[in-house]
Write a protein that binds this ligand. Sequence first.
Ligand SMILES: Cc1cc2nc3c(=O)[nH]c(=O)nc-3n(C[C@H](O)[C@H](O)[C@H](O)COP(=O)(O)O)c2cc1C
Length: 184
Amino acid sequence: MAATVRVIGIVGSLRAASYNGWLLHAAAELAPPGLTIVPFGIAEIPLYNQDVEAQGDPAPVAALRAAVRDADAVLIASPEFNYGVPGVLKNAIDWISRPPGRPPLQRKPVAIMGASQGGSGTMRMQPQLRMTLQALEAYAMPKPEVVVPFCKDKFDAEGRLTDEKTREHLTGFLAAFLDWSRRF
Ligand SMILES: Cc1cc2nc3c(=O)[nH]c(=O)nc-3n(C[C@H](O)[C@H](O)[C@H](O)COP(=O)(O)O)c2cc1C
């Protein structure tokens, strides 16, 4: 792997003022030397349809597939929706889970983080996402975890992560992710 680990960041929320988008932004800001994080939007990904897939990847899917393939690692920041993985994120992953046997996430280091407005901080969503990543043989970093409960209190109105403890924890998480990504 090259000296710099190039990470694409995927957010499981399409909201402009998404806390998870802001969390990813904070991660890009706090990333240690040797780790670069570039967000990749999934808003244009259509609903998965095998008939459409049979005619070839729609352009946004092809772009996501190429971005994941070209990246050294993937960082996912996602809310929890109804105790689970938001449909938009699961849908995007389902598209690039194909073709079976050689999806671009296979053997790719992945880290998960999540922010929620409630107290669970995405604790129920994250194991479900890990299970999906396991199906693709992605290498999801087991620990440390980033769960940000009551996220409204941890960002300012401009979307900056202001909670010092969360910033510190995120910094350590990113150092661990750099180390994890370099193992493969
Ligand atoms: C459809 C829906 C379902 C939700 N379900 C949960 C949930 O299960 N657990 C939770 O902690 N928050 C839940 N929330 C609240 C989210 O934590 C909150 O909307 C959060 O800001 C979404 O993330 P975002 O800011 O990145 O868009 C839900 C919100 C929506 C819109």
